[in-house]
Design a protein around this ligand. Structure first.
Ligand code: RB5
Length: 156
């Protein structure tokens, strides 16, 4: 399993702590697409880099961290095929995998304490997409992304 991690300048130490946590606990390779400097770094750069690496299959999943998780998560969601959950608790992280097949997780270093962040990561990494009834909705999301008006083609 390869995880890409991205961050901006406000989340440098926090990103390192999450990277080390995943490496030590799971033995996964964690590839750094973020900044290691506290000089201002615009979060869309690493949001885009991680998202594009997921779509290119260079990594299996992505984790993004900025002050709130919001800007970097929105950036990732602009890349076609990305479903990024921006969340601050483990329940949404888990359900976002099971129901929404999220391929990127974002959270905020100024919002989520590091131990809660580890719980979020654990739930998100462990949960599997359930498919079934959820696939219709993911197909509808793809239709929005592809600007296809195919709502009536889906069994609702
Ligand atoms: C940086 O000041 C801050 O705007 C950024 O880390 C993030 O919170 C944006 O969504």
């Amino acid at each position: 399993m390869k995880i890409g991690i991205g961050n901006d300048h406000v989340a440098v130490e926090y990103k390192r702590a999450i990277k080390t946590y995943i490496e030590d606990k799971y033995g996964y390779e964690v590839i750094n697409y973020g900044t290691d400097s506290t000089e201002r770094f615009h979060y869309p750069k690493s949001g885009k880099a991680v998202a594009e690496a997921v779509i290119a299959n260079e990594i299996d999943k992505g984790i993004l961290i900025c002050g709130t998780g919001v800007g970097i998560g929105i950036s990732a969601n602009k890349v076609k095929g990305i479903r990024c959950v921006i969340c601050s608790e483990p329940y949404s992280a888990k359900l976002s995998r099971q129901h929404n097949d999220t391929n990127v997780l974002a959270f905020g270093s100024r919002v989520v304490g590091i131990e809660v962040a580890k719980m979020i990561v654990d739930e998100w990494l462990a949960a599997e997409y359930e498919g079934g009834r959820h696939q219709i909705r993911l197909d509808m999301i793809s239709d929005i992304e592809n600007q296809r008006n195919t709502e009536n083609n889906h069994e609702l």
